[in-house]
Design a protein around this ligand. Structure first.
Ligand code: ATP
Length: 328
């Protein structure tokens, strides 16, 4: 017979993202609502190995719904990739009386969780937290919407200076394997072209597009580039290439970097985090394990962790066409 769950542990792992705190708060308060205990585990799986635990009552998460980052801290734990590390983590969970885990992070976090479950039959529920939106089984990961808003706000500012000096700006945004941020923020910010990992635009097409834009009377342009785009040149090499081929352009580069991960979560991310936290805890209480809670067609539902890890979160190709039309 399955064990009754009386105490749930929660951790954040991998890269932090805005909305993780709102998810921690939701897990803690849902536990309190159902009269079960909640234990915060610091620094992801590393804290599990070191027994870095703290009891969390509903008042312990006051005033964090609006904060970026994660109050539980995050870490990338190499020790957790070893059987010894995971055994130690399991011993610590048993010692603390923890019966189930909610892990908030990306696909690495889910891979570790699934392995842990297969070794110790320990109930696990995942919440997708990463700004890249690159997880299968959810239309939105925690932090993605906030990152989009941050990027659009910054590009709006860059546009002010671009248009004052007739400049072309290359703006590099996060997205090593997925172009969700570049594509959506690019359309939202009115980019001339958008370079993403999923589609190689090609150098010729980029030059052609920039020439066309100049000829059509545009005095300044913004090109949004995902860091993992497949054009074959990094953003600085691309600047040199474009200036060599189109001397009429004065190109500037802006690499947005880690600022995209910070900041107060958007209302969308706060609501999403609250919904996902409730579903994660209640699913564990119903005896479910090895799922990720996510958003599909605006409904919160479950995807097996294995599928969430293996599946690919596809971009909406219609957005590429919309972007093309918008740059007419
Ligand atoms: P992000 O998308 O921000 O990179 P992530 O969850 O994918 O987030 P990772 O660093 O890949 O981030 O994974 C987080 C942690 O999960 C790792 O530091 C490690 O402790 C654990 N982990 C990842 N892969 C494995 C694995 N194959 N076996 C055991 N643990 C793993």
């Amino acid at each position: 017979m399955q064990k009754t769950i009386k105490k749930i542990g929660v951790l954040t792992s991998g890269g932090d993202s805005p909305g993780m705190n709102a998810a921690i708060r939701s897990v803690v308060r849902t536990c309190a609502y159902h009269n079960i205990e909640c234990i915060g585990i610091y620094r992801g799986y590393q804290g599990m190995i070191e027994g870095d635990f703290k009891e969390m009552g509903p008042r312990s998460v006051n005033n964090i719904v609006n904060k970026g980052g994660t109050v539980l801290k995050s870490a990338r734990s190499l020790d957790f990739k070893t059987p010894e590390g995971r055994t130690k983590a399991h011993e610590n969970l048993l010692k603390a009386g923890i019966d189930a885990l909610v892990v908030i992070g990306g696909d690495g976090t889910f891979t570790g969780g699934l392995l842990f479950n297969s070794e110790f039959d320990f109930p696990i529920m995942g919440i997708p937290g990463t700004i890249d939106n690159d997880i299968f089984g959810t239309s939105h990961t925690l932090g993605y919407d906030t990152a989009l808003n941050t990027v659009v706000e910054v590009i709006d500012k860059i546009r002010d200076t671009a248009s004052s000096h007739n400049r072309l700006f290359f703006v590099e945004v996060m997205g090593r394997d997925a172009g969700h941020i570049a594509l959506n923020a690019g359309i939202g910010a009115g980019a001339e072209e958008i370079l993403i990992p999923e589609e190689n635009l090609g150098l010729d097409r980029l030059l052609e597009s920039l020439q066309k834009s100049k000829a059509s009377g545009k005095s300044s342009s913004i090109v949004v580039i995902a860091e993992g785009d497949k054009i074959g040149k990094n953003v600085f090499e691309l600047k040199d290439y474009v200036e060599a081929n189109l001397p009429e352009y004065d190109v500037r580069v802006s690499v947005l970097g880690h600022m995209q991960r910070g900041g107060s979560p958007s209302c969308f991310d706060r609501v999403l985090a609250s919904r996902l936290g409730v579903k994660a805890v209640e699913s564990l209480l119903e005896g479910k394990s090895n799922y990720m809670v996510g958003l599909q067609n605006d409904k919160v539902n479950l995807t097996p962790l294995e599928q969430a890890i293996k599946g690919k979160s596809e971009i909406d190709r219609e957005l590429l066409r919309v972007s093309d039309i918008m740059s007419t």
